[in-house]
Design a protein around this ligand. Structure first.
Ligand code: BTN
Length: 320
């Protein structure tokens, strides 16, 4: 599409002006066609300045989660090399899984403005109201054993918590294994799914859902949004782009075998360590003091008997 071509041309000349003449020459269309498409882009929410003798310059882009916008100024080696964006889909994890089965490269992202059947952990639903949050899935192909996959989930939680702290003044924390909380309420959930053989992972899908500009009344009890806690709307593009950047950084550290570094930082973002917790997994419950997260991503609980238990999955409730 010519609109996208024009945007990509601007992207290559981020700092300066681009003249109508140059655009018409480079894209092989008339000056009138360039002008018409600049008008289209303005209608779509791009703020484009036009200066006589200098040309056009993009001042701001709309808060739309599409490939061109998300890749604008994005610096990442693996994550988001390719982005598939949808206005609406059932679940981005399903599409990503399908793509991965058919050989999609690692790093590709599927993102949607809304999901009609967003899925959460333990068969829960994930509410995905239109253009309020960010709902996306990343395909990864780490060279690890299936039992090491929880490390990837920790990488994702750390990337989101770090991003929220970088972009806002909010103190985001991680609740084991991968909920991100602000003021003790959930703003982000992560659903990791994989396709593996006994000793080899074929691919991992990390599904991330973040409540960004969502009104609290649209969210389930115990959940909030970044906007509600920060008191102002947040650019979804900035947030998602920054998550891509952090995910790219931490995934590379993980791939280089430094899970110890990931766990160290993950623990700095954790608010459950040192507290008494109950972990629920379907019908099973276990209670104790959360004392550590080991290098496999397991939660270490100190039981009342004084013995330690390793917990591999479940929902944590902080008791006091
Ligand atoms: C949870 O906390 O239970 C995990 C929620 C994960 C939601 C995201 S939204 C994008 C991706 N697609 C889905 O259907 N689920 C994940």
């Amino acid at each position: 599409m010519l609109d996208d071509k024009i945007l990509n041309y601007f992207k290559k000349h981020e700092e300066g002006y681009v003249s109508g003449e140059e655009l018409s020459r480079e894209l092989g269309v008339s000056r009138a066609a360039v002008w018409k498409h600049i008008e289209n882009l303005r209608e779509e929410g791009y703020s484009i300045e036009a200066f006589p003798h200098l040309g056009y310059r993009i001042l701001s882009i709309p808060d739309r989660l599409t490939e061109v916008e998300l890749k604008w100024k994005l610096k990442a080696d693996i994550v988001a090399k390719k982005i598939y964006s949808y206005k609406e889909t059932a679940s981005t994890n399903n599409i990503a899984y399908d793509l991965a089965i058919h050989g999609e490269k690692e790093g590709s992202v599927v993102i949607a403005e809304s999901q009609t059947a967003g899925r959460g952990r333990m068969d829960r639903k994930w509410l995905s109201p239109k253009s309020k949050g960010a709902y996306f899935s990343v395909i990864l192909r780490p060279d690890i054993l299936p039992k090491e996959v929880s490390g990837i989930t920790l990488v994702a939680a750390l990337s989101v918590a770090k991003t929220i702290r970088e972009i806002t003044d909010l103190a985001a924390f991680i609740k084991w294994p991968n909920d991100v909380l602000v003021n003790k309420q959930k703003v982000c959930g992560i659903l990791t799914e994989m396709n593996a053989e006994t000793d080899k992972i074929n691919f991992v899908i990390i599904g991330i859902g973040i409540n960004i500009n969502t009104k609290k009344e649209l969210l389930p009890k115990g959940a909030t949004s970044i906007m509600e806690e920060a008191g102002a709307e947040i650019s979804r593009i900035d947030m998602v782009r920054s998550i891509f950047k952090n995910l790219d950084k931490y995934y590379k550290i993980f791939n280089n075998g430094h899970i110890d570094k990931i766990i160290k930082e993950y623990k700095e973002f954790s608010n459950f360590l040192g507290t008494r917790v109950r972990v629920t997994y379907h019908d099973a419950k276990i209670e104790g003091y959360a004392v550590d997260v080991d290098n496999d991503g397991a939660l270490i609980l100190r039981m009342d008997s004084g013995l330690n238990e390793r917990v591999l999955a479940g929902d944590v409730t902080m008791l006091r």
